[in-house]
Design a protein around this ligand. Structure first.
Ligand SMILES: *Cc1c(COP(=O)(O)O)cnc(C)c1O
Length: 375
């Protein structure tokens, strides 16, 4: 006689029960305007150089890659110096990983963790609470103002109350497109030199994933690095650089902060192939960023067009626009999808987010939305 054995049950961490993986729908439709990618694929000449670099890397794939990827860090420092005009950045100030998502996870692994807290201000990037959950870090979410700007008084009050190890501020913010003024970041930094655990600093992360799309008068927080050893400015090659598929994100910070990240990264986390691809892409910075000006103009005219239709559209320094509001945003989203245009249901109730595509894609979006507004 056999006794019935109970069905095995996985020892899932209780806080993960019922959680679903991050992910916007990946659907096969003609017009993809849902995850803020650059709609322009790398041109053939750049593709050839990348392929060449990968071939050379392939000859050495029996060996582990350069753990500290000094060449790539130097290349990224040179790029940032050129892009922002901020002097004094070199390889020691740079860190990189498989997307800036991993860079920010490294930040929480090194500076947050059990018994500590990370803070951000909603509506903002939906991945931030997941970094906290995955590093056993407490999570506190404050609010942005109704116009999506940051209420710095509220930020400072929250910091004073929570004494967070890490504060995450996206600029331009996703999903709203709102950039921070330098003076706002400065006020936060002035209050965080000893506001963290046990009187240590709070690490202030300014997530500049969309920095290259910012309007001319908007400066980068890189300008504040020299005076603030607890500031980390994260960037990515996924958006303006048109390299989302390569998974390369990076940050600039004081060398001591970068050294702490070297402790928590997994061994050889940045593959030889990734390093080769990123270096080849950096050699073609001007080509890859060549469409940013077009995308910025398209964004500005999209905002104007949406407002002309009587809708609300948030000011945007990024390559997307948050617009609304709709009583039934799911219905609007579905109607656009039925017309072959995929956008994103994200943001406060009633709002939708559309990424800026090519002029043709944006025209398809406008035509599809017009159908919904005036059928
Ligand atoms: C897209 C995005 C990133 C970048 O993600 P990668 O991992 O570098 O592709 C980071 N922060 C925000 C707010 C984003 O929207």
């Amino acid at each position: 006689m056999t006794t019935a054995r109970p069905t095995p049950r996985l020892p899932l961490r209780p806080e993960l029960a019922g959680e679903t993986p991050y992910g916007a729908p990946q659907l096969d439709v003609p017009v993809l305007l849902n995850v803020n990618e650059n709609p322009y694929a790398p041109p053939a000449a750049v593709v050839a150089e990348i392929a060449d670099a990968v071939t050379r890397a392939a000859h050495g794939l029996n060996r582990y890659p350069d753990r500290d990827f000094r060449e790539l860090r130097g290349g990224l420092a040179a790029y940032l110096t050129r892009e922002s005009g901020v002097p004094g950045l070199d390889a020691d100030h740079l860190w990189a990983a498989n997307g800036s998502n991993e860079v920010m996870l490294h930040l929480l692994q090194a500076f947050a963790g059990p018994g500590r807290t990370a803070v951000s201000f909603a509506p903002t990037y939906s991945m931030y609470p997941e970094y906290a959950r995955d590093t056993f870090t407490g999570w506190i979410e404050g609010r942005r103002r109704d116009d999506f700007t940051l209420d710095v008084d509220h930020v400072l009050a929250t910091i004073a109350e929570v004494r967070p190890a890490v504060v995450l501020l996206a600029s331009p913010n996703n999903p709203t497109g709102t950039a921070l003024a330098l003076a706002e970041v400065e006020r936060v930094l002035a209050a965080t030199s000893a506001s963290g655990p046990d009187g240590a600093s709070t690490v202030v992360v300014v997530d500049e994933a969309y920095a290259e799309f910012r309007r001319p008068a908007t400066p980068s927080a890189l300008e504040l690095l020299a005076d603030h050893p607890y500031l980390a400015v994260t960037r990515t090659m996924s958006k303006a650089f048109a390299l989302a598929g390569a998974r390369v994100g990076y940050l600039a910070a004081a060398p001591a902060l970068v050294d702490a990240l070297r402790v928590v990264r997994l061994p050889y986390h940045l593959s030889a192939v990734t390093q080769a691809v990123a270096l080849a892409a950096l050699r073609h910075t001007d080509t890859l960023l060549g469409q940013v000006a077009v995308l910025r103009e398209e964004r500005d005219s999209l905002v104007t067009w949406l407002r002309g239709k009587g809708l609300d559209a948030a000011d945007s320094d990024a390559n997307f626009v948050l617009f609304g509001t709709f009583e039934d945003r799911e219905r609007v989203w579905q109607s656009l999808l039925d017309a072959g245009v995929l956008i994103r249901v994200v943001g406060p109730p009633g709002w939708l987010r559309v990424s800026v595509g090519t002029p043709q894609e944006n025209a398809a979006f406008r035509a599809a939305l017009e159908e919904v507004l005036e059928p």
